[in-house]
Design a protein around this ligand. Sequence first.
Ligand SMILES: C[S@@+](CC[C@H](N)C(=O)[O-])C[C@H]1O[C@@H](n2cnc3c(N)ncnc32)[C@H](O)[C@@H]1O
Length: 212
Amino acid sequence: MNQSDEEKYWNGRFTAVGDDYLFGTEANKFVARQAERLQSGKTALSVADGEGRNSVWMAEEGLTVTAVEFSPIALHKAKRLAVERHVEVDFILADILKWDWPVAAYDAVLAVFIQFLSPLQRALIFAAMKNALRPGGLLLIHGYTPKQLEYKTGGPSNIDYLYTEALMRESFPDMEFLELREYEDNLQEGSGSQRHHSGRSALIDVVARKSS
Ligand SMILES: C[S@@+](CC[C@H](N)C(=O)[O-])C[C@H]1O[C@@H](n2cnc3c(N)ncnc32)[C@H](O)[C@@H]1O
């Protein structure tokens, strides 16, 4: 898929659910588990943030949050969610593959289900995410592992786009892993017939600290 096809694809998915939220309005479970690490007053960037469930939750936790996302439809819903929850998020409409990424700017950089990237694109974005962290900052990544191809309950169908512990260690050799775990869980993200990321899922959590 070229970039404009990719944008059309995501806008189509977000439009198809009308005013509903494709992935729901509650923070992803991995993100919610990080509450103790994501302290109030810190800055955070949510990469390919979608409809705002994770950025808005971090803002509710007292963080100063920036969110970057290329779908205007998703961003519109994210802004609505922030208004409803009485928080502010700096929402940026941008393609993460073309964005002028900030450097050493955030205490935390979060990427949840950004497995639309080819291995080459992923390497570039992982490097940009790490560079965007301040020294001592936390990288938080959540996604699917290759076992997810058996479950077919969400995520890409191309094994090259899925994550393993080994891939994470290779991608971030100079970071300290506070969490690196492949596991299975039941996800129920989104609502009713619009539910996506639903059912038994093969997942990976990554929390890594950039050296000070
Ligand atoms: C599976 S969704 C996950 C959204 C969000 N992280 C969450 O967990 O709710 C992937 C998101 O990436 C966005 N996206 C895809 N390619 C992008 C790109 N090149 N730049 C910015 N956002 C992108 C899509 O529009 C979509 O919102």
